[in-house]
Write a protein that binds this ligand. Structure first.
Ligand SMILES: [Zn+2]
Length: 247
């Protein structure tokens, strides 16, 4: 029988029952259990984990647990610089792309507004989300920890906040998104690139008040919707500005 001691750090504790949070606890492991197996059996999706130390040494997810092991589990993107120790994932993602689950439509819109390629469809099933993430190197965004346990998902974020603006803030802080923002470069409706368009070409399509007050227009190459710096645009800018200023 293998008995190991576990200690989870920072926000990983949110996945544990209250009596196991922020302290070392001992538990019996399944036969031939790996670190990944036990971490998930304890309720923490592997996609949330950046670093595992066993007896003080950085190990991979597939490390088999032995009797008496002391396992320390750290979340992704801790402020503490753990990069020299990283071992669980060989290749970090270089381009930030997302796929959001069916409950995060508003967050998906906000991410597109900030210029982050984010797939979202409220018809997506869990297996489609997992397949898209694996095939296209996308980070899964969800509040469903079972989804993040799927084996083919290598990068995922469990979104803790409930309100879209706070969810956006959470991702900005956690993934350091401010550096990569490209506001109003993607269509909010279909995630396709926006291009500027001459007013003369589209003036016929504009409501009179818009025709009068605005000079600069963007259009989506996919759905051909038009965007201009109206009140919707300004309220989104107001949401983004503090996130950029803090960074
Ligand atoms: Zn579009």
């Amino acid at each position: 029988m293998v008995t190991a001691t576990f200690r989870f750090y920072e926000e990983l504790n949110d996945f544990l029952p209250a009596e196991r949070r922020r302290l070392a606890f001992t538990c019996v492991c399944a036969r031939a259990a790996t670190c990944k197996h036990m971490i998930e059996a304890l309720g923490v999706p592997h996609t949330e984990v950046e670093l595992v130390l066993v007896n003080g040494e950085s190990v991979g997810f597939e490390r088999l647990l032995a009797d008496g092991d002391r396992v320390a589990v750290y979340p992704k993107f801790e402020t503490l610089d753990i990069s020299p120790l990283l071992k669980v994932r060989e290749q970090p993602l270089r381009v930030l792309r997302f796929v959001a689950d069916a409950h995060l439509g508003a967050l998906a819109h906000l991410l597109r507004m900030a210029g982050f390629d984010t797939l979202y469809d409220n018809q997506f099933r869990d297996e489609q989300i997992a397949a898209l993430a694996a095939a296209e190197g996308r980070i899964v965004l969800t509040r469903d920890r079972e989804l993040l346990k799927r084996r083919i998902i290598s990068h995922g974020c469990y979104v803790h906040a409930l309100k879209p603006a706070q969810q956006l803030r959470e991702l900005f802080e956690r993934l350091d998104l401010a550096r990569s923002v490209l506001p109003f470069s993607l269509c909010l409706h279909c995630n396709a690139p926006l291009h500027s368009v001459d007013k003369a070409q589209i003036v016929e399509q504009l409501p009179p008040a818009v025709r009068e007050h605005y000079q600069h227009f963007l259009t989506c190459e996919h759905c051909h919707r038009l965007f201009w710096e109206g009140s919707h645009w300004r309220s989104m800018q107001a949401l983004l500005e503090p996130l950029l200023n803090e960074a």
